[in-house]
Design a protein around this ligand. Structure first.
Ligand SMILES: NC(=O)c1ccc[n+]([C@@H]2O[C@H](COP(=O)([O-])OP(=O)(O)OC[C@H]3O[C@@H](n4cnc5c(N)ncnc54)[C@H](OP(=O)(O)O)[C@@H]3O)[C@@H](O)[C@H]2O)c1
Length: 308
């Protein structure tokens, strides 16, 4: 439990650490990268769009002169891109922040590998990236993997007969499933690391409801849920800076614990300061988590190495 309300000013010096943030060109990922760079980390901004990456880096460097930040090409909807990045990575990776995401796309789109885009980007891409970067993570003295889930996991269901909306596509259902998968993956990774006596901590987080581009990029303008969020934004939502705090707490705090789910502590966990909370029951089903892990290994063809 954080001893006090965590804010960016509580981040301890991160000098000497290398931290990768996926989807770092906007929203929560950008804010996390910015604060980590401000506190001295070497930050890798994983992006799928070079021009957006260059824009984000210029903004970050203007805010933090001398920042140790670079853009890396990393499309979470392409296993080839993920493999290319992981194979080119040398050295230690102290923290991996699995943040990139897409939400409630109007129609069933596919990734480069033929996966439903939300499940493929949000879950399978990060499952593959984490497995392929495991040797680099394990070279670090106290590695952490932070995975960004969502309140949406509450409505998620892992239905192995419709995991990628093959039988039926409902935009929000596909998002809910992908975010439940993020949470189950993070918890299962932590269980496996602990069982193997690894020093790696896996920490799931969520940003409550934060005002970012994801609402405009995902659901159509006529989407009811997005319209309600927009209407209630002033009372229900928080800034992207505040939304990044659970991520920053999990990535940096000496108090953070593996397997603890961190989100905002306010009403219904929509906004507030980072604090541990209990995931919904379906996220805690260890048998389903194991099966999801096996299916994810088969789909991505990424087998996790021993975590020692
Ligand atoms: N905002 C919220 O209220 C909220 C609530 C719960 C959970 N979350 C989660 O928070 C995370 C960050 O979202 P956000 O709210 O900060 O929205 P955002 O500003 O739209 O950020 C999403 C980031 O993911 C990137 N991305 C999407 N597909 C990608 C791909 N194939 N490869 C690499 N990067 C990709 C986007 O890049 P482009 O700019 O190129 O699209 C963008 O940088 C997501 O996982 C989301 O599910 C957000």
């Amino acid at each position: 439990m954080p001893a006090l309300k965590f804010s960016a000013s509580h981040i301890t010096p991160q000098t000497g650490k290398t931290i990768l943030v996926t989807g770092a060109n906007s929203g929560i990922g950008y804010q996390a990268a910015l604060e980590l760079a401000r506190h001295g980390a070497q930050v890798l901004l994983g992006v799928r769009d070079e021009a957006k990456g260059a824009g984000a880096l210029a903004k970050l460097k203007a805010a933090v002169p001398g920042a140790l930040a670079t853009v890396v090409s990393l499309d979470m909807a392409s296993l080839a891109s993920i493999r290319r990045f992981a194979e080119s990575f040398v050295g230690e990776l102290d923290v991996l922040i699995n943040n990139a995401g897409v939400m409630a796309l109007n129609s069933r789109e596919l990734t480069a590998d033929g996966f439903e885009r939300q499940f493929g980007t949000n879950h399978l891409g990060h499952f593959a990236l984490t497995g392929l970067l495991m040797p680099a993570l394990l070279r670090a003295p106290a590695p952490r993997v932070v995975t960004v889930s969502s309140l949406a996991h509450r409505n998620g269901k892992i239905d192995f007969s419709n995991l990628q909306s093959e039988r039926k596509y409902v935009p929000w259902d596909a998002y809910n499933t992908s975010k439940l998968a993020n949470l189950m993956f993070a918890l299962e990774l932590n269980r496996r690391a602990a069982a193997e006596g690894s020093s790696l901590l896996s920490i799931p987080v969520h940003p409550g409801i934060s005002r970012t581009a994801i609402f405009a990029n995902g659901p159509g303008a006529d989407d009811m849920k997005a319209r309600i969020v927009k209407l209630l934004a002033p009372v229900m939502t928080q800034s992207d800076e505040a939304g990044a705090l659970p991520t920053l707490y999990a990535a940096t705090s000496p108090d953070a614990k593996g397997g603890e789910y961190i989100g905002p502590d306010g009403f219904n966990h929509f906004r507030g300061s980072p604090a541990p909370e209990r995931p919904r029951a379906q996220a805690l089903d260890e048998a389903v988590a194991k099966e999801l892990w096996n299916v994810s290994e088969q789909l991505t063809k990424v087998a996790y190495p021993a975590m020692q």
